[in-house]
Design a protein around this ligand. Structure first.
Ligand code: HEM
Length: 510
């Protein structure tokens, strides 16, 4: 009896094992067929690994996406390839190396690449339906409506709030640097959280005064992904339909619940008090209440909340990354720090000590430092596009089919010695007007380009410059031994982020 049962079990196990092996072989052969795609159409490609494609080191967290961008770009450049292809898991992705082709995809022939391919799952997670993630006509309509949010006129109105918060930043730092080393990434993020909260929503987020305020905690939560969350994010990008079918959420639930609740409360407060403010949130409320041009379609509350959310998230993280890496480089290059401080003091003296919007635009060296920081540490190391209409790459037989992805290797381009000799060197003079005019315009892409260029570019630059002006005027920064230079980047973060923070020694200038 026992022997019979063992035999039966053994044969079932064998059957299951054979079926599994057969399935595995089918999957492997499907991958192999897929992985011959670029070779078959004569496009340069590196050897992919099943099932990661060319992103194995990114998945197992040996490389950040920024490091991948540089490594991939340099390898292909050494092969003198103009057109290259890689595989993101099973998906073929075109990667242009020639800046004229980059310009065509992002700008001239944009109509073929209108989408980014972000994950939208409105049913389970309305906050994903942002202007960043949406494509097609819904993106176009929203983009047109949201563009007036950050005009230079609006920036001038918001400017005094930024200056006021920069004074709070100085006071906070003065207190905190007495007793401890400073993680400039953290303090910059607290500043930009308060700025975007106040300028865009009229909310006092209070994170400078209280580093553990819920805004800061939940803001950090969005970017501090666990390994599982990071893999989920990748999968939502590659299999959006399947992930929607299985109701998969791309955002941490606690953080998205918090932002939803804050948006509801803010909308309700304004409705009850009847106050109108000249800010991004008012613009969104008007769009929801159909106060605007005749024939405009109204936003739903979910759409409003999603746009408020993306402004908040995009608004604080990227700009604080910019501020903190600028501070890092200025602490390593003390002559540049002094040069910048001298410029700030000269401009402020001319303006009776007042930092105004116009005074800020007089700071030419500040602008060069900011650009060089964005070149060396682009907060978004790669930019993506989704082909929405079949496209033949000019002067070639390569066809990009509808549904195929494109990656622009921003960080790779920023480290190309052909455009930036000695790319590891921090050298703001690369951005004098004369030097800029000698380079291809698409050799500098920290905000992307074309109709989908960053919507908050002006806001991001202004808040980072205001914060930096007040910090460099009032403090001296030096590298702290806790920070490795060159920096080690955090492979768990899809954006540029230093592993363990950016710790500096800070000394108040009397
Ligand atoms: C230093 C600061 C910033 C950097 C480096 C940055 C970078 C970027 C990049 C690379 C993109 C993709 C562009 C493309 O695909 O061509 C983007 C898109 C976007 N950014 Fe920013 N960003 C910054 C600040 C901001 C701020 C402050 C906001 C809002 C308050 C913002 C809102 C957006 C939005 C809404 C999009 C999507 C635009 C669209 O698809 O139409 N960004 N940003």
């Amino acid at each position: 009896m026992l022997i019979d049962r063992m035999a039966l079990t053994g044969s079932i196990l064998l059957d299951i094992f054979s079926v599994l092996i057969a399935i595995l072989l089918v999957i492997i052969s499907a991958f192999k067929r897929r992985y011959s795609y670029w070779k078959n159409i004569g496009v340069e490609c590196l050897e992919p690994t099943i099932p990661f494609g060319n992103f194995k080191e990114v998945f197992n967290q040996k490389l950040t996406l920024g490091e991948f961008s540089i490594q991939y770009y340099n390898t292909m450049k050494a092969r003198k390839a103009k057109h290259t292809g890689c595989y993101f898991l099973h998906r073929p992705v075109y990667v242009p190396m020639d800046l004229d082709i980059v310009k065509r995809i992002m700008q001239i022939d944009f109509n073929h690449f209108t989408d980014r391919g972000g994950y939208v799952n409105e049913k389970d997670e309305p906050l994903t339906a942002t202007v960043f993630n949406l494509g097609g006509q819904r993106w176009r309509d929203l983009r047109v409506k949201l563009t007036p949010t950050f005009t230079s006129g609006k920036m001038k109105l918001m400017f005094p709030i930024m200056v006021q918060l920069s004074k709070e930043l100085t006071q906070t730092l003065q207190e905190e640097c007495k007793s401890s080393d400073i993680d400039v990434k953290d303090i910059s993020a607290r500043f930009t959280t308060d700025v975007i909260g106040n300028c865009a929503f009229g909310l006092d987020c209070n994170s400078l005064k209280d580093p553990n305020t819920e805004f800061r905690v939940q803001g950090r939560r969005i970017f501090d992904s666990t390994t599982i969350e990071m893999i989920t994010k990748f999968l939502t990008f590659v299999f959006p339909n399947a992930m929607r079918f299985f109701h998969v959420r791309a955002l941490p639930k606690d953080a998205s619940d918090f932002f939803w609740k804050v948006t509801e409360e803010t909308a309700e407060r304004r409705r009850r008090s009847g106050t109108r403010r000249n800010d991004a949130f008012q613009l969104l409320l008007d769009m929801m209440n159909k106060i605007g041009k005749e024939g405009d379609t109204a936003l739903t509350f979910g759409e409003l909340a999603a746009q408020a959310f993306v402004f908040f998230v995009a608004g604080f993280e990227t700009s604080s990354t910019l501020m903190s890496f600028a501070l890092l480089e200025l602490s390593v290059n003390e002559d540049l720090q002094k040069h910048l401080r001298d410029e700030i003091n000269i401009v402020l003296r001319k303006n009776n000590g007042e930092l105004t919007y116009e005074a800020l635009s007089e700071m030419r060296f500040m602008d060069m430092v900011i650009c060089e920081t964005l070149r060396k540490y682009p907060p978004v190391p790669n930019v993506s596009r989704l082909c929405t209409k079949e496209y033949r790459i000019p002067d070639s037989n390569i066809i990009i089919r509808k549904g195929e992805g494109v990656i622009i290797p921003v960080k790779g381009i920023h480290y190309d010695p052909e455009y930036y000799p000695q790319p590891e060197k921090f050298d703001p003079t690369r951005f004098t007007e004369e030097n800029k005019s000698k380079r291809h315009h698409f050799a500098f892409l920290p905000f992307g380009e074309g109709p989908r260029i960053c919507l908050g570019l002006r806001f991001g630059l202004t808040q980072a410059k205001v914060g930096l002006a007040s910090l460099i005027k009032n403090f001296k920064f030096k590298l702290n031994p806790r920070t490795k230079y060159p920096v080690k980047f955090d492979p768990k973060n899809i954006f540029t982020s230093a592993l363990g923070g950016l710790w500096l020694n800070v000394e108040k200038i009397d």
